[in-house]
Design a protein around this ligand. Structure first.
Ligand code: IPM
Ligand code: MG
Length: 368
């Protein structure tokens, strides 16, 4: 059998730097554990725009569709701020999500014990935190029509449309319920049913899917603004949170800070199963391209490394290797290895991006 294929799209800013550490882990797996992948690399975002005048070529899109998994670094940067909207770096990422139909975006926010003091919240609020945000990723206001900037009378009007079909809501709700079955059996669905019709439909459909197919799960509903407040008030009340594309974008950044740093949060974007039974999938850190620190060796590669761990688990049936990699990260953090983003107020000596990669590889070696 051919080795499973991975398409790496490192992208912009710190993307290539953090992805370099993942490439070392991929090489380590081949060398030390005989787990081999067919890796190809290509351009996305500003890097693709610079080379081809588009943030994602059709050829790259086709490669992504054919890959067993796509690993993405980050897209965007100030250099591209003045580009036309249609060719902005972010459009490349959104096209991948849409055309691969990656509707379930899993964003786990886990607070490693060694980092509980790094959160902007008190230790007892975040210690032991382990929640999973399931963000709908292919619809809602990110893609709804009509959209654009139009002229009405003598002024301009900016329009975006929040639009959800029942089937779009039902399928992401199922993803959340399935995950909850393997966790603590609790799902909280968030919307704004008090002001949005799409929120009313969201609440109804999630409840219907629950009642018909997942009566064993404890389902609650919350307005998303209250959800944001509860996430910082008492985050451990949650297990799985399911929400739409825009609320999920905002709530997951908020949840990321509970874990100590945005540099810690991985994600998996999953679609319908392929012929091999595995879902179409793209894995990416939740942090962005961080242009302010790009090229300085300050970036934390852990979110990207943990995204690769999710790939091992969800795309390659390598749950044990995923756990080993996650344990290596936890060990390194427990040993006090820190990138700059993980420095407390008292300061210290941060390691570089590759220094963190060295430490994770050493921990993997030690666990052999
Ligand atoms: C994210 C990012 C993206 C989004 C951007 C880069 C388009 O913020 O993945 O959370 O808004 O979805
Ligand atoms: Mg975001």
């Amino acid at each position: 059998m051919a080795n499973p294929s991975i398409l790496i799209l490192a992208g912009d800013g710190i993307g290539p730097e953090v992805m370099a550490e993942v490439k070392r882990i991929i090489a380590w797996l081949a060398d030390r554990r005989g787990i081999r992948f067919e890796v190809t690399e290509d351009l996305v975002g500003g890097a693709a725009y610079d080379a081809h005048g588009t943030p994602l070529t059709d050829a790259t899109m086709a490669k992504a569709q054919a890959a067993d998994a796509v690993l993405l670094g980050a897209v965007g940067g100030p250099k591209y701020d003045s580009l036309d909207f249609s060719v902005k770096p972010e459009r490349g990422l959104l096209r991948l999500r849409k055309e691969m139909d990656l509707y379930a975006n899993l964003r786990p926010a886990q607070c490693f014990d060694a980092l509980a003091d790094f959160s902007s919240l008190k230790r007892d609020i975040v210690a032991g935190l382990d929640i999973m945000i399931v963000r709908e990723l292919t619809s809602g206001v990110y893609f709804g029509e009509p959209r654009g900037i139009f002229t009405e009378g003598n002024e301009r009007v900016g329009i975006n449309t929040q639009r959800y079909t029942e089937s779009e809501i039902a399928r992401v709700a199922r993803s959340a319920f399935e995950l909850a079955r393997r966790r603590s059996g609790k799902v909280c669905s968030m919307e704004k049913a008090n002001v949005m019709e799409s929120g009313i439909l969201w609440r109804e459909v999630v409840q219907e899917v629950h009642d018909k197919e997942y009566p064993d799960i404890a389902l609650t509903h919350m307005y998303a603004d209250n959800g944001a407040m509860q996430l910082v008030r008492q985050p451990k009340q949650f297990d799985v949170i399911v929400t739409d594309n825009l609320f999920g974008d905002v709530l997951s950044d908020c949840a990321a800070m509970l874990t100590g740093s945005l540099g810690m949060l991985p994600s998996a974007s999953l679609g319908a199963p392929m012929a091999n039974g595995r879902p179409k999938a793209l894995y990416e850190p939740v942090h962005g391209s961080a242009p302010d620190i790009a090229g300085t060796g300050k970036a934390n590669p852990i979110a990207c490394i943990l995204s690769f761990a999710m790939a091992l688990r969800y795309s390659f049936d390598q749950g044990t290797e995923a756990e080993r990699l996650e344990a290596a990260v936890a060990k390194v953090l427990a040993d006090g290895v820190r990138t700059a983003d993980l420095m407390g107020p008292e300061g210290g000596h941060p390691v570089s991006t590759s220094g963190m990669g060295d430490a994770v590889l050493a921990a993997l070696d030690a666990g052999l």
